[in-house]
Design a protein around this ligand. Structure first.
Ligand SMILES: [Zn+2]
Length: 372
């Protein structure tokens, strides 16, 4: 039976800590009736008894008005007055003396922001305090102390405030909108090739995401009605593909160099080259060594070493610096595989009208065993 009561009390305390932010040591404000009850039933020391009830450290309070009222009750309450004097006095702000219950109500205020537990034997006061959110109540029954269950009103108050918190408020919505707009704007800046109309579409996206209602308001804002997915359409060159082309251009520049063309037997095999090129692009080059000859001369053999291990060797077959032509062969390396004997490239670099560079490569595969 005792264990059950403790469990119940712990649960109640947890309700107030979780929902109203009560923290240890718990402050317990005692009125005259409660102090008298403690003395009469020899529940002493009182702070120990209350600490056991709440299973936590406590600090006991009373008010000046409570003590004054106890004093007025005469000789029979003398001990209670003495005991009450030992408690901490919670300052009541009112100027004139009040009844004990009115004084306690006053100290708690509308929401009990100071997080007081109230210990009282006054049933009427307890009923009144059940209508104040976040006031736990303690009372004595003979020599046992009890913590009252949270009232229906208090539970409903918690439920309502939880619901309120879970909904988006007007100011929160505005803040969210502002922030989302900021993100969109930075995106626009990054994507410099955007047309002006995109801002409208972005704005609309935001509206759709944050609130489903408010269509009318949007129309008044002069926003065009466009499908949400329009933003996803590709604009300009894909930055990823541009970047890749650049990095792909470099290894061929390093390994190949410009050379003279003049070979008519070259067969264009761009499709095959692409797959091999992809293979090469995946491997990043760690270093390039000159194996034979001069770096920029016909007949020079260079070896490219990859970061993950492995290598490939190119030989310069022809070089024409003036016309930016280079013919070179892949003659050795682990990318070559079993079937290919060598790969001959003829590369030509041409200036394009937009100030860029066009890299034309014709590729010839020599397969082992003579046939292609
Ligand atoms: Zn007072």
């Amino acid at each position: 039976m005792r264990v059950k009561k403790q469990k119940r009390h712990r649960k109640i305390v947890r309700f107030y800590t979780a929902c109203f932010g009560f923290r240890q040591p718990y402050k317990v404000i005692c009125d005259g009736t409660f102090v008298y009850h403690l003395i009469a039933n020899q529940i002493t020391p009182a702070d120990n008894a209350l600490a056991t009830t709440l299973a936590a450290s406590v600090k006991l309070f009373t008010t000046k008005c409570v003590i004054d009222e106890l004093k007025g009750l005469g000789e029979s309450h003398f001990e209670a007055v003495q005991a009450a004097y030992k408690l901490t006095i919670a300052r009541c702000e009112h100027e004139k003396k009040k009844n004990a219950d009115a004084c306690i109500m006053d100290v708690l205020g509308e929401k009990n922001l100071e997080h007081f537990f109230v210990a009282t034997q006054d049933v009427d006061l307890r009923k009144k305090l059940q209508e104040v959110p976040g006031v736990p109540l303690i009372f004595g029954l003979r020599n046992a102390l009890f913590l009252e269950q949270p009232s229906t009103f208090q539970r409903q108050f918690v439920k309502a405030s939880e619901e309120g918190r879970s909904r988006i408020t007007e100011s929160e919505y505005k803040m969210l909108k502002k922030r989302a707009k900021g993100i969109l704007e930075t995106e626009e800046i990054r994507d410099s090739s955007n047309e002006g109309e995109d801002e409208d579409v972005g704005d609309q996206n935001l509206e759709l995401q944050t609130v489903k209602k408010g269509d009318n308001a949007r129309k008044h804002m002069g926003v065009k009605d466009k499908p949400q997915f329009k933003r996803k359409r590709a604009k300009g060159p894909n930055p990823l593909s541009c970047k890749k082309k650049k990095s792909h251009e470099n290894p061929s520049m390093v390994s190949g160099k410009e050379s003279k063309d003049g070979d008519n037997s070259v067969r264009s095999r761009n499709r095959t080259r692409k797959s091999l090129g992809l293979k090469l692009a995946k491997k990043s080059i760690k270093s390039i060594d000159v194996i034979e000859g001069d770096r920029e001369e016909y007949g020079c053999i260079k070896q490219a070493n990859f970061c993950e291990g492995g290598y490939m060797r190119h030989r310069i077959d022809a070089l024409d610096k003036d016309n930016f032509l280079c013919k070179y062969s892949l003659i050795e390396g682990d990318v070559v595989g079993n079937k290919i004997e060598s790969v001959v490239y003829a590369a030509k670099f041409e200036a394009t009208s937009d100030g860029g560079c066009l890299d034309k490569v014709a590729t010839e595969f020599h397969v082992k065993g003579g046939d292609e």
